[in-house]
Design a protein around this ligand. Structure first.
Ligand SMILES: NC(=O)c1ccc[n+]([C@@H]2O[C@H](COP(=O)([O-])OP(=O)(O)OC[C@H]3O[C@@H](n4cnc5c(N)ncnc54)[C@H](OP(=O)(O)O)[C@@H]3O)[C@@H](O)[C@H]2O)c1
Length: 247
């Protein structure tokens, strides 16, 4: 047990989540992060950050597992006082027209992007009820919630819109208990998610439509999450912060 505040981050081994873990450790938080199979990346990140004195623990766990919320919070509580939850892990399913969406992809995006974050938010609400104020949830959504992502991944977009509604509702419901709930909505960010969706070069292709003329960096999303978790954002509740380069 330590006096450092501890934050739970889902999907911490790559992309945006990895940068969130690094920035939070730099700010002195303890961090418990998940991945569902990238053991080598998790170990490398743990070793790297622990070498600099950070309290960091990677857990191989699928966020959709029935016992994921309880396991994660139990582990985080054993490390210190849990003050934050970042629902970052997300999957798009395969890029393509809606008519080609498989049942397996549809169920998976709903489970990973909506059901799992909702269950983690519920775990936080239960564990934090009656506790000290100043706890924060940040949900990582997507600009797709607003654009709908036609011909690419409409079902994914719909789950992200639902996650934004979850954010607004929980901000109003949990605010009186001193729990702030916000979302960061990234535009197109250069990470491994596009290769998994079936188009490794997607970020560069979409960049031509971005007013700032480039894809975003994981760092630029992680900075927004870092700010929302901090006391510098103490009056921000129920916000969906778009970090899209103007898309
Ligand atoms: N990149 C973009 O352009 C973009 C745009 C808008 C929104 N976003 C959102 O930003 C978030 C992060 O995206 P990213 O681009 O950084 O993704 P990424 O590069 O694919 O990384 C995803 C991370 O989540 C973990 N993960 C995935 N499914 C998981 C599961 N079921 N259980 C536990 N961990 C899981 C992955 O590890 P494992 O592979 O080991 O599971 C990995 O660490 C997502 O919510 C995404 O929807 C991204």
């Amino acid at each position: 047990m330590t006096s450092r505040p501890v934050v739970v981050v889902t999907g911490g081994t790559r992309g945006i989540g990895r940068r969130i873990v690094e920035l939070l450790c730099a700010d002195g938080y303890g961090v418990v992060f998940t991945h569902s199979g990238s053991d080598a990346d998790a170990k490398a990140l743990e070793d790297d950050l622990a070498g600099g004195g950070a309290l960091v623990r990677g857990v191989r766990l699928d966020v959709t597992d029935d016992d994921a919320p309880a396991r994660l919070f139990d582990l985080a509580e054993s490390a210190g006082e849990v003050t934050g939850l970042v629902n970052n892990a997300g999957v798009t399913g395969r890029l393509g027209p809606f008519a080609e969406l498989t049942d397996a992809d549809l169920r998976r995006v709903v489970e990973v992007n909506l059901v799992a974050p909702a269950r983690l938010c519920r775990e936080a609400a239960r564990r934090w009820s009656g506790g000290t104020p100043g706890r924060v949830i940040v949900n990582v959504t997507s600009v797709a919630a607003r654009t709908g992502s036609p011909n690419e991944y409409v079902a994914y977009a719909a789950t992200k819109a639902a996650a934004e509604t979850l954010t607004v509702g929980l901000a109003r419901e949990l605010g009186p208990a001193g729990i702030r709930v916000n979302a960061v909505s990234p535009g197109t960010i250069d990470t491994t998610i596009h290769a998994r969706a079936g188009e490794p070069g997607r970020a560069a292709r979409v960049a031509t439509r971005v007013p700032l003329g480039r894809p975003g960096k994981a760092e630029e999303i992680a900075e927004a999450v870092r700010w929302l978790l901090s006391d510098r954002a103490s009056y921000v509740n129920g916000a969906v912060l778009e970090v899209t380069g103007g898309l």
